[in-house]
Design a protein around this ligand. Structure first.
Ligand code: NAD
Ligand code: UFG
Length: 332
């Protein structure tokens, strides 16, 4: 089986490529380096001993991407390529709509033209907007709080309509909760941009003394300790979820939450990072962040039932592997 992996040098894509190769798949990666670089290909080789085929192409450029469909025999596609910073999407919505929505349309049209009938799409828990957890796949989608989230909702709708028009297609929408951690080798992990303000990258900067303290956004949420609660999932568990998804395609459109089903507060996560890694993470409470929701965690029972997938790694593994990667981080 040959799988085209768009955005395969990114954080989740690279971990998924490792799992796919280890499960015997032939992988063809397309990435334009907008949030990655060629070193990641070397790291993938160090981990797997395999050099995946690679094309440096922007997936919004249909004529260029078509070359890959002509040159390679592709059985399935996993579409990770996308921009993912919520803050950037608020500042520059058109760039986000163009990159994330046009890429989904280009891939859909090439899959139709070249009869590649199996597609997995990287969606996000953000499509649920501000609704009560545990979140189930059948929950109707509400307006999200940012343009990034809307690009995911739109891409899901486009793919749903493609599946209605082409009933011979199997399209799987995977809604990720909060991926953190890194491969245990410490060779691949998450690229952190200066504009990044996700929690674990920020904790890592404080642990490395690049920042003096973590600002905790809000201390009066209705949660165990007043801080926001999220469903953190180890990126390797998430990557394994993709292998299960490509092994279990069903005709039509199918949606799965990929999360642990368990919420962890900001203070709990900081405490776990300090304890497991024996480092000190000073913090202070500041105002709530605009657009943040109080609590978000998955009901992942559908993925467990239908894909035979559930998470295996704990919060301890996540913070240990995140810090292991940070200490080794040289190239990105
Ligand atoms: P990432 O930025 O690390 O990886 C995305 C990859 O896609 C990068 O290597 C980037 O260079 C590439 N890319 C972006 N636009 C491209 C284009 N037009 N053409 C070719 N390559 C392009 O992000 P990630 O965390 O690995 O996320 C992967 C997918 O999962 C994204 O679609 C993201 O929206 C989604 N997602 C991520 C999270 C998260 O918290 N990381 C949560 C939910 C959903
Ligand atoms: N937080 C802080 N301080 C920080 C950063 C975050 O207190 O410096 C808090 C947030 O308020 C929230 C929690 O930590 O309660 C997690 O925040 P993140 O920014 O790490 O993650 P989000 O849940 O806001 O969003 C992430 C991704 C989105 C994705 C969503 C659901 O950034 O792309 O998970 O998958 F859509």
């Amino acid at each position: 089986m040959a799988i085209l992996v768009t955005g395969g040098l990114g954080y989740i894509g690279s971990h998924t490529v490792v799992e796919l190769i280890e499960n015997g798949y032939k992988v063809i990666i397309v990435d334009n380096y907008i949030n990655s670089n060629s070193n990641i290909l070397d790291q993938l080789f160090k981990i797997t001993g395999v050099n995946p085929l690679f094309y440096k192409i922007d997936v919004t450029q249909k004529d260029k991407l078509e070359k890959v469909f002509v040159e390679q025999k592709i059985d399935e596609v996993i579409h990770f390529a996308g921009l993912k910073s919520i803050g950037e999407s608020v500042e520059d919505p058109l760039r986000y709509y163009y990159n994330n929505v046009v890429s989904t349309m280009v891939i859909s049209s090439l899959c139709i033209k070249y009869k590649v009938k199996k597609v997995v799409f990287s969606s996000s828990a953000t499509v649920y907007g501000n609704q009560e957890s545990p979140l189930k796949e059948e929950t109707s989608l509400k307006k999200t709080t940012n343009p990034y989230g809307e690009t995911k909702v739109m891409s899901e709708r486009i793919l749903t309509d493609v599946s209605y028009a082409h009933p011979e297609f199997s399209i799987t929408l995977l809604r990720y909760f909060n991926p953190i951690g890194a491969h245990k080798s410490g060779l691949i992990g998450e690229k952190i941009k200066s504009s990044t303000n996700n929690l674990v990258p920020y904790i890592s900067k404080v642990a490395k003394k690049e920042k003096s303290k973590v600002e905790i956004f809000g201390k009066d949420y209705n949660t165990i300790d007043g801080t926001g609660v999220r469903d953190y999932i180890h990126v390797v568990d998430l990557a394994k979820g993709h292998v299960k998804a490509v092994q279990s395609f069903k005709l039509g459109i199918t949606t799965y939450n990929l999360g642990t089903g368990k919420g962890t507060s900001v203070l709990e996560l900081i405490g776990a990072f300090e304890k497991v890694n024996n480092v000190s993470i000073p913090y202070e409470f500041v105002q709530r962040r605009l657009g943040d929701i109080e609590v978000s965690y998955a009901d992942s029972s559908k993925a467990e039932r239908e894909l035979g997938w559930k998470t295996e790694l704990s919060i301890k593994d996540m913070v240990k592997d995140a810090w292991n990667f940070e200490k080794k981080r040289r190239t990105y």
